[in-house]
Design a protein around this ligand. Structure first.
Ligand code: NAP
Length: 487
């Protein structure tokens, strides 16, 4: 059951598609329902786009493209900055909306508002810092001008796990660079993006610069957009298998792409680590977002001399967690996104136990309404266990052990992913060796959460292509032109 405050907020969320500045139903009149994962109740019914709607959204982005690209960077930045202020003003609403549709505890949702809004502010500032180069060529026969230009209309596909931040991390740099966009949030959590789009309108964004399509048929709607030669860029955040499929679809048109894909983060604790800090970092890296983060620590690789003590301390902390609907005071663990996620967590735990791991707490699904899984700790996870290879995406902390530094490095790098790694050691020299030796796009050295709008977020290997955030983020939406003039 939703409360009155929740019902009022849900009523304020647009239920249409945003195309060319107008909110409208899907062409075929279809609708889709968004559910509360903690109860299974329908929160809201919204428009369900079909391929014709997707093409209409692309038409609108193309039509608005030239004027937006010609809008002064300062003016683009000021709209983003106003949008940042509006998200701050409505931060409680945005947080509650994320908790309702995604399930994370309200305190974490508030944290995501801070993190997600920051992309609007950061790129409002970066918009005016796009510069080029000018200089003589080495032969002295000409002058070289290197300039940056918006790449053009973009298609942005976001996942369900961070409904605000995954949207702002793409929309803000695209707009700052002078690109127009079509945004497609995940069908499970589209409400935050719809609410954000309304705030962008309120901030003064011209019609057609941001278009939003929500759909239950993401493949059918996306394929023609990606195949259209007027589209100049695809930016995707989601799983590696879907990312690979979208790369294949992008190949015929040699479409520029950014891919923020899956992870399998190692969390390495050496025998010289500060164990208090390591436990604190481990709990944040593992249980934030109920374990459903691409940056979630997936494999705890712990020196055998401290593994027992580490397991004892994290188990005690996990036993103090409060499970429930994210809106309830004190709740620290909400539901998983759906029944498939529960089934997957259960299967991974079962496989690990069958191969000799020991459960120190949790391990089971929780019956009743909603899709809850107990926060779980496994020790002595054997090499070859599925849980060490696959992205868990649930509240399961799996501990394996090592004895030498070389062994730790080999275990940490033994994955096709390379998004983020966490290392705990009090030795500066060892920390520096880990920076050199770990195959990873990001690293937390004695830190359990690395995400920051000012940092280049992205992975190595099958974790993706490109970077979001930082000074790098805007360049994903810019293309370079070199011009030669006579000396
Ligand atoms: P997903 O199933 O790959 O879906 C991601 C997005 O792609 C959703 O909007 C989804 O829409 C859409 N989609 C699915 N199939 C598609 C298709 N054939 N064509 C076009 N779009 C399609 O991933 P998810 O389960 O939502 O998110 C979890 C994954 O995202 C994890 O692997 C996680 O590591 C990764 N992730 C990575 C980062 C990063 O920055 N590297 C950040 C967050 C999450 P529908 O769901 O509506 O079909």
């Amino acid at each position: 059951m939703t409360s009155t405050a929740e019902s009022d907020l849900l009523a304020a969320v647009p239920d249409g598609l945003l195309i060319g500045g107008r909110w409208r139903p899907g062409a075929a009149g279809r609708t889709l329902s968004v559910e509360d994962p903690s109860t299974g109740d329908t929160l809201k019914t919204i428009a369900d786009a079909d391929p014709a709607d997707g093409m209409a959204a692309l038409d609108a982005a193309v039509a608005a493209s030239a004027e937006w690209a010609a809008t002064p960077a300062r003016a683009r930045g000021e709209i983003l900055r106003r949008a940042f202020d509006l998200v701050q003003e409505r931060r409680e609403d945005v947080a509650l909306l994320m908790t309702l549709e995604m399930g994370k505890p309200l305190a974490e949702a508030r944290g995501e508002v801070t993190y997600g809004a920051e992309f609007l502010r950061w790129f409002s500032e970066e918009a005016v810092r796009v510069t080029g180069r000018y200089g003589p060529n080495p032969e002295g026969t000409g002058r070289m001008i290197v300039s940056q230009h918006p790449v053009g209309p973009c298609y942005l596909i976001t996942p369900w796990n961070f409904p605000l931040a995954m949207a702002t991390r793409k929309i803000a740099p695209a707009l700052a660079a002078g690109c127009t966009v079509v945004v497609k949030p995940a069908a499970q959590t589209p409400l935050t993006t719809l609410y954000l789009a309304r705030l962008l309108q309120d901030a003064g964004l011209p019609d057609g610069v941001v278009n939003v399509i929500t759909t239950s048929t993401s493949g059918a709607v996306s394929e023609p957009i990606i195949a259209d030669p007027r589209l100049r860029k695809l930016s995707f955040t989601g799983s590696t298998p879907v990312g690979r499929k979208l790369l294949e679809q992008s190949a015929p048109g040699v479409l520029r792409t950014s891919m923020e894909l899956g992870g399998n983060a190692p969390f390495v604790i050496f025998d010289d680590a500060d164990l208090d800090r390591a436990v604190e970092g481990a709990l944040a890296a593992k249980f934030r977002n109920i374990g459903q983060a691409c940056t979630a620590a997936n494999r705890f690789i712990v020196h055998s001399s401290v593994a027992g003590e580490f397991a004892r301390r994290v188990t005690a902390a996990v036993n103090g967690f409060v499970i429930g609907r994210g809106t309830e005071p004190g709740v620290t663990i909400g539901p998983l996104v759906d029944g498939n996620a529960v089934t997957k967590a259960e299967a991974l735990v079962k496989d690990a136990v069958a191969r000799g791991a020991e459960l120190t707490t949790g391990g089971s699904r929780i019956d009743g309404p909603g899709t809850f899984f107990e926060p779980t700790v496994l020790t002595g996870v054997a090499p070859g266990s599925d849980i060490l290879r696959e992205e868990i995406f649930g509240p399961v902390l799996a501990i394996a052990t090592f004895d030498t530094e070389d062994e730790a490095v080999a275990l940490a790098n033994d994955t096709e992913y390379g998004l983020v790694s966490y290392v705990y050691t009090e030795s500066l020299a060892r920390g520096q060796r880990m920076i050199d030796r770990l195959e990873t796009g990001m690293m937390g050295l004695n830190v359990g959460v690395v995400s920051n709008a000012a940092a280049p977020f992205g992975g190595w290997k099958m974790s993706g292509l490109g970077r979001e955030g930082g000074a790098e983020g805007i360049h994903e939406y810019l293309q370079t032109k070199y011009t030669l003039t006579p000396a």
